[in-house]
Design a protein around this ligand. Structure first.
Ligand SMILES: [Zn+2]
Length: 175
């Protein structure tokens, strides 16, 4: 029971199948990324974690009920998991990944459709933002290249001038 991410749970499989059916392509349990996310959608720069309500401490959920015995032990265990989750999210986000959390209770039959709708919405929005950031970086890169070229041209013109005027040129290129 200590291995939280070792096997795919049934709700997780249902979620994956539904995403696949809707045309999303993903990798499973990618160990190269922090926390080896359950579902990784590179095209949308999005990862999905399916969290067990008890182990990850789903606040306000009836499945997250701390046992009456060994209460301290369980409280601390869940708190430790939550801290680790937050650390994982922080590291993923630092690498430019968007993190979507799906609680197991959200994948129960009566909530499944609504959950899928939310998850798909988030994936698409994350993908849109990722594409936008990519375009902005590309433009910035092109702009820098252009500026560097202008500078080099000016520099060359200056050196040429210098050579041909035998050092009498007084004009210094502005950068
Ligand atoms: Zn829950």
């Amino acid at each position: 029971m200590s291995k939280i991410h070792s096997t795919s749970t049934k709700p997780e499989i249902r979620l994956r199948k539904e995403l696949w059916r809707k045309g999303f392509r993903y990798r499973k349990n990618d160990k190269r990324l922090p926390g080896s996310p359950d579902i990784v959608l590179p095209k949308y720069r999005t990862v999905i974690f399916v969290h067990g309500c008890f182990w990850h401490g789903h606040n306000g959920c009836k499945k997250y009920t701390i046992p009456k015995t060994n209460t301290d032990f369980w409280v601390q265990k869940v708190a430790r998991n939550q801290r680790r989750d937050q650390e994982v999210w922080r590291r993923l986000e630092a690498k430019g990944w968007s993190v979507v959390i799906v609680w197991e209770c959200e994948l129960e039959k009566k909530r499944f459709e609504e959950t899928i709708e939310r998850v798909v919405g988030e994936i698409i929005e994350n993908g849109r933002l990722y594409e936008q950031r990519r375009q902005e970086r590309k433009l910035l890169r092109e702009q820098r290249l252009k500026e560097r070229k202008v500078f080099k041209d000016k520099q060359q013109a200056f050196l040429y001038e210098l050579r041909h005027n035998n050092g009498r040129s007084t004009e210094v290129p502005s950068v």
